[in-house]
Design a protein around this ligand. Structure first.
Ligand SMILES: NC(=O)c1ccc[n+]([C@@H]2O[C@H](COP(=O)([O-])OP(=O)(O)OC[C@H]3O[C@@H](n4cnc5c(N)ncnc54)[C@H](OP(=O)(O)O)[C@@H]3O)[C@@H](O)[C@H]2O)c1
Length: 286
């Protein structure tokens, strides 16, 4: 596909240290694109909770990868995306690639706002990331040998964040993707129990999956001091988004990149190679 060749003005990446933002930023830089990767901890900073930070992060950029925090499912997201798109237009942003989630009403409302904005758009509507098991709250359970979650038999076609990043970079840098929505999943739908079995087999040590009722799970995380909005979000994710509506495998990776999505087995192998599930290394660096 023809390259856009606009290497002068930096590409804005919102979510510098995030699971996909970090990968998008690295790939763009490796291809020779200038980037401006931002989050609350960068200079300039970008905070979804503080609209005063948005314009200075956007100024001078022409295209952006946008990851919203904490999740497009939360009540504030619609107003925030509406306001962000207005600030983006006022500050000359011409193309936005938005990270979205499957089966979330709030996410679909945000997608529509972008699609109607007059700015060129792409939407990468993603299933659960494989990397939730290695770069997020589920890592702790795997290291401890037991992952406890309020999810029983639902299957989910977990997608590899490396695939998401490759699609995002293609959308940002190659002609021919404009104004397309890619629904990205992995090639196999798995239960959490199956994921954990595959990880356990590969690690050669027991890791068990324990499903619990959602109310029990929320009670435990409340006692651990997890904030109320995060409790709400986890309840929403495990009861609504994870009710089976998103079980279908979708062809977005193949459509965007002309190759099949990465299998969960490959994700497990490269994560093993990274050492992140190695309990000895984790203890030494703690
Ligand atoms: N994880 C999934 O399975 C999944 C699936 C589909 C869609 N999504 C979508 O992906 C997005 C990212 O979710 P994620 O959990 O995977 O997070 P993530 O991309 O790993 O991002 C975490 C980063 O966000 C930054 N951040 C936190 N609050 C912020 C704020 N108020 N303003 C700006 N930056 C902030 C933090 O950096 P600083 O501390 O430096 O600010 C943190 O390093 C969400 O919109 C979610 O809906 C996720």
């Amino acid at each position: 596909m023809k390259n856009l060749g606009m290497k002068n003005s930096p590409i804005l990446v919102i979510g510098k240290n995030g699971k996909t933002g970090s990968r998008v930023n690295q790939r763009l830089q490796a291809l020779g694109y200038a980037t401006r990767a931002v989050s609350r901890s960068t200079t300039p900073s970008f905070d979804w909770e503080d609209p005063a930070t948005w314009a200075s992060a956007i100024k001078g950029t022409r295209s952006a990868y946008v990851t919203y925090q904490p999740d497009l499912a939360v009540a504030n997201a619609e107003a925030a995306i509406k306001a962000f798109v207005r600030v983006a237009r006022e500050n000359g942003l011409e193309h936005i690639v938005l990270l979205s989630g499957r089966g979330e009403e709030g996410a679909q409302r945000a997608e529509k706002i972008l699609q109607a904005s007059g700015i060129s758009w792409n939407i990468v509507r993603c299933s659960w990331f494989c990397q939730n098991l290695s770069e997020s709250f589920m890592l702790e359970g795997i290291l401890a040998g037991e992952l406890v979650l309020p999810a029983a038999d639902t299957v989910e076609p977990f997608v590899d964040a490396d695939d998401i990043a490759e699609v995002v970079v293609a959308a940002l840098t190659e002609l021919g993707h404009r104004n397309r929505l890619y629904e990205l999943t992995g090639p196999r739908a798995l239960t959490f129990a199956q994921c954990i079995n595959e990880i356990s087999d590969a690690l050669g040590r027991p890791v068990k999956f324990t499903p619990v009722p959602i109310d029990d799970y929320i009670n435990v995380i409340r006692e651990q001091g997890v904030p109320e909005d995060v409790q709400w979000l986890l309840r929403e994710l495990f009861t609504v988004v994870f009710d089976g509506r998103n079980s279908q495998v979708m062809p977005g990776v193949e459509e965007a990149l002309g190759r099949p999505p990465t299998d969960f087995k490959t994700y497990v192998q490269k994560t093993m190679d990274s050492g992140v599930w190695n309990t000895v290394v984790q203890k030494q660096s703690a």
